[in-house]
Design a binder for this molecule. Structure first.
Ligand code: PSU
Ligand code: MN
Length: 305
């Protein structure tokens, strides 16, 4: 059985011409940010990718069809829905089979991007090992996906609500390269630096494109995680954000928030507790990641033949 996959007009034209394309996820739109900032972010990010000479492909499941690139009206409608499912690796086929509508997480977006021949994907922060995972066993499927699907993911590191050292250890076990862009320290989502040294460092889009190609030539499965620091003028120091994360985590525990609801709950509470500062930084870091992802996609195009 073949899968019905619809490319937006813009993505179809870029695909036919072999031009660089950058995938974008949709869970960040439906579950990561409030309306209307979510749709402003999504459209702004697409525009940055175009300005860098690549084509944006926001990925989602709409009424049982996998969309690679959304038309503007579809993006606007999705951003207003409150009933879109959060689709990870385990959920996507069921949503498609049932004719449902859902937004793709990092894991599901990687699967769809690879299927559509897209090598690079920009997001905010990946999911990872949650704090207290030794009790809850809550480890995002994003990590396993990075180990098996060959897409280069540009993020501002793992979301700082997570246990960053355990997330790094897990990625190391899975053989996923964690590459800080242009600095030695691992970025920590809202904060441009942390006291954790990044396992790897690269300084140019060309180097990242080269290592993407060499991994494929070596026959090593899986992707690479590019940890791109948020610009310093938009960053929130770790000392400012950490007490707020701690408070949001204790509220989540008191309210018995579990499984897929944890990340959206924490992002929303941190947004409220910082009076919007965390959201402004989240938007800034996604925009910064989109720019780098587009540069990597262009570099991959130059070096593919
Ligand atoms: N980046 C953001 N905001 C988000 C996400 C990423 O800036 O909301 C989403 C991604 O879709 C990621 C998901 O895959 O959060 C992780 O969810 P979980 O922890 O339930 O695996
Ligand atoms: Mn989880």
């Amino acid at each position: 059985m073949s899968l019905d996959m619809i490319r937006s007009a813009e993505v179809a034209a870029a695909h036919a011409a072999g031009r660089p394309i950058v995938a974008l996820e949709s869970t960040i739109i439906t579950h990561g940010m409030p309306h209307p900032q979510n749709v402003e972010m999504a459209r702004g990010v697409e525009q940055i990718i175009r300005e860098e000479g690549a084509t944006p492909a926001t990925i989602a499941v709409l009424d049982g069809t996998l969309h690679i690139g959304l038309e503007d009206a579809q993006l606007i409608a999705l951003a207003q829905r409150h009933d879109a499912a959060k689709l990870s690796r385990a959920d996507m086929a069921i949503c498609l089979a049932q004719g449902g509508t859902g937004a793709t997480t990092v894991a599901a977006t990687m699967i769809a991007a690879h299927l559509a021949g897209i090598d690079v994907f920009a997001t905010g922060g990946i999911g990872g090992v949650h704090r207290g995972a030794e009790q809850s066993f809550d480890i995002s499927a994003d990590l396993q996906e990075l180990a098996q699907t060959p897409v280069t993911v540009v993020a501002a590191g793992a979301k700082a609500i997570l246990d960053i050292p355990k997330t790094l250890e897990t990625l190391e076990t899975l053989g996923v390269p964690v590459i800080a862009y242009g600095q030695d320290s691992l970025p920590a989502f809202w904060s441009s630096a942390s006291d954790i040294a990044a396992p790897q460092r690269l300084d140019t889009p060309d180097q990242i494109a080269a290592s993407h190609h060499i991994r494929a030539a070596l026959g090593v499965p899986g992707g690479q995680l590019i940890a791109n620091p948020v610009p310093h003028e938009d960053h929130i120091p770790q000392d400012d954000i950490e007490p707020i994360i701690t408070q949001a985590l204790s509220e989540a525990e008191a309210q018995n928030i579990t499984a897929k609801a944890v990340t959206p709950f924490l992002l929303k509470r941190i947004f409220e507790l910082t009076e919007g500062r965390s959201l402004a930084t989240n938007i800034a870091l996604v925009r910064n990641n989109a720019r780098l992802a587009a540069q990597i996609a262009c570099a991959l195009g130059k070096s593919s033949s």
